[in-house]
Design a protein around this ligand. Structure first.
Ligand code: FES
Ligand SMILES: [Fe+2]
Length: 343
């Protein structure tokens, strides 16, 4: 980490974010042949679904005169501007200008897109440098996922994310009977995992009740991608529950998020029924975790002025965020940390 933890240069910054995959829209909110205007990390985008079902994302403003392309029409896998009917292909190249024999050699900026977990995701750079976020133990599996909730928080995505590894608040806010300890592992430059290694603990009725279900007491693991997407793995050894919190920054460093419930894909009608049940329980678990912190997120001005040993995981998270490639809100240019001032 190149700077003081109390004034990090990327973590919790209202105009900076890490290059990566971020959710853009729910898949169900973009129908075949439709185009939408989306304002995303300070950029205006036109997002459309081709008649073949593929999602294309381009910068919003027509290179002719600046009309918003979301006013236009999808034609096959292309998009035609409403104003003077210039047409753009899925790769952004101008294909047709009605009053000219040949189109001009103009290209709109397009962005890498993928669909997974019921969401459309965008990579905030010219070429995707890594895979979409996933639950580590489901990496090789096909999954069944359900977007259970979209939400807004009044604070920065990084601050929402660290809540899941804020060890001491599990006792104070969520009434956990034991002290939680995490062990971190940096998986790569964009991914860090925190594994609960708590052993023993007080003999509360709750721990006695769930003890037989666990090899280790309390399976609880968080994996973070770009400091903004977190996957939770928790539950007894024979049945883990998985939740993904996909966050992105809004103007003024606030958060727009999606809660995604995930389980292994299971075959047949019974598999489908079983998965509905599992995802239902996962929803209850995710509500339990979200409950209790809501008010804090409305008023917090995060500033870890006096860290103590119980804040160790948060410090590791901040360090990990600080070491990733940051881009600037709006331009998506890499941050030149010597030039831009924090406002
Ligand atoms: S502004 Fe789009 S074609 Fe003229
Ligand atoms: Fe919490």
């Amino acid at each position: 980490m190149s700077q003081n933890r109390q004034t990090p240069e990327i973590f919790n910054h209202p105009h900076r974010f890490i290059e990566g995959w971020y959710w853009l829209l729910r898949s169900q909110d973009l129908r075949v042949g439709k185009v939408k205007a989306v304002s995303f990390l300070g950029r205006n985008l036109a997002v459309y679904r081709t008649t073949q079902g593929q999602v294309i994302v381009m910068d919003a403003y027509c290179p002719h005169m600046g009309a918003h392309l979301a006013e236009g029409k999808v034609e096959g896998d292309s998009l035609r501007c409403f104003f003077h009917n210039w047409k753009f292909a899925a790769d952004g190249y101008c294909l047709d200008i009605p009053c000219l024999k040949k189109p001009l050699p103009i290209k709109l900026q397009t962005w890498p897109v993928k669909e997974a977990y019921g969401l459309i995701w965008l990579w905030t750079g010219k070429e995707a440098q890594s895979s979409l976020p996933f639950v580590p133990e489901l990496q090789q599996e096909s999954v069944d996922a359900y977007v259970s909730k979209l939400f807004i928080k009044e604070c920065h995505p990084n601050v929402v994310m660290v809540n899941a590894i804020d060890a001491h608040h599990f006792n104070t806010v969520h009434n956990f009977p034991i002290e939680i300890k995490f062990e971190s592992q940096v998986i790569n430059n964009n991914v860090i995992t925190f594994n609960n290694i708590t052993k023993g603990g007080k003999d509360s009725w709750l721990m006695n009740l769930i003890k037989p279900l666990y090899k280790e007491e309390g399976t609880y693991r968080m994996s973070y991608w770009y400091g903004s997407v977190g996957t939770v793995t928790l539950g007894p050894d024979f049945l883990h529950f998985y939740i993904m919190f996909a966050l992105r920054m809004l103007e003024n460093g606030k958060t727009e998020g999606a809660t995604i419930l995930i389980t292994k894909a299971r075959k047949g009608f019974l598999g489908w029924i079983f998965n509905r049940l599992i995802l239902g329980i996962t929803a209850l678990v995710s509500n339990y975790f979200a409950k209790g912190d809501t008010q804090i997120f409305k008023t917090i001005k995060f500033n870890l002025k006096n860290p103590i040993w119980a804040d160790q995981s948060i410090i590791e998270f901040i360090d990990h965020v600080e070491n990733q490639r940051a881009l600037m809100w709006g331009s998506w240019h890499p941050v030149n940390q010597n030039v831009e001032c924090r406002i």
